[in-house]
Design a protein around this ligand. Sequence first.
Ligand code: IPM
Ligand code: MG
Length: 361
Amino acid sequence: MKIAILPGDGIGTEIVAEAVKVLKVLDLNLELETALVGGAAYEAFGHPLPEATLKLAKDSDAVLFGAVGDWKYDTLDRPLRPEQAILGLRKNLGLFANFRPAICYPQLVDASSLKRELVSGLDILIIRELTGDIYFGQPRGRRIATDGHFPGAEEAFDTMRYSRPEIERIAHVAFQAARKRKAAGGEGRVTSVDKANVLETFQLWKDVVTEIGQQYPDVALDHMYVDNAAMQLVKAPKKFDVVVTGNMFGDILSDAAAMLTGSIGMLPSASLNDKGQGLYEPSHGSAPDIAGKGVANPLATILSAAMMLRFSLNQPDAAARIEQAVDKVLTQGLRTPDIHSEGTTRVGTVEMGDAVVKALG
Ligand code: IPM
Ligand code: MG
């Protein structure tokens, strides 16, 4: 089993190192190969996603990804910016299905900015479509307006679009995930988040999700407008089970959901294609403000490695071992600064990684 290790920028290198440490002690006969991506690759090769890095990712069973980006690249031409690396990987590998589970560990209820009773026991799954929508829709660009409110003025535009097959396949992913959760004691409900009251794209979305839902009579389906969904996420998050939505709404809602769990530093993610190949990354970014200080929380990346073992490498036992080890270190009271609260022990990135390794037993 071959894994591409792409640490990227900022805290990416620090947190991926901890996840790699955990993978190595599992003794699973994994072939790990590291490559540069993002700003680091731009510095070395003049491109955020060099051919060799893309080829390595394509030839691997899975990709373990850290994070990319730094303010210092904000003035580069868009195709050269670090973010293009992750977008390029998603597009080139066809990683259309993004799983972002938001689970509030009982040990962390008090780290959430929400009241304990709102988040205690929270276990929801956001499924974000990842290769379509306004992120990738053409045409896009800048031009001089010929109509609109200010003809003759400079304007910029992006295109929101979804085709029926794109919606169908992500809907199937969501219904199947809800079915699986139901089998494991979950509610078995999909909430499809749209903006069908305003946008054509999301009227088609809603229609197609409704149609596909008829093939899953055992899974309940409801629909919610995205503005209401944002409100419900902070008002009564436990009312959700599986949320399925488009690329941009999913980007926004998953950050909001992250905070319910105490810290975005706890949230893993998986992005899968139709061949089961996947890219696994923490849901957070490169956090240049704390990079190099040894304080970043490596748990989202370590939990992403667990998702990788489960989804792409068919190693559910090893995945469960990692998840139990994470649970154990939290119970021991170890906390990186992002999840630290009174009465717990503050540790750094490396100490946290070492503690997880030790807890693996
Ligand atoms: C995410 C990130 C990315 C996105 C950025 C880094 C391009 O915010 O994975 O949520 O917008 O998808
Ligand atoms: Mg995001």
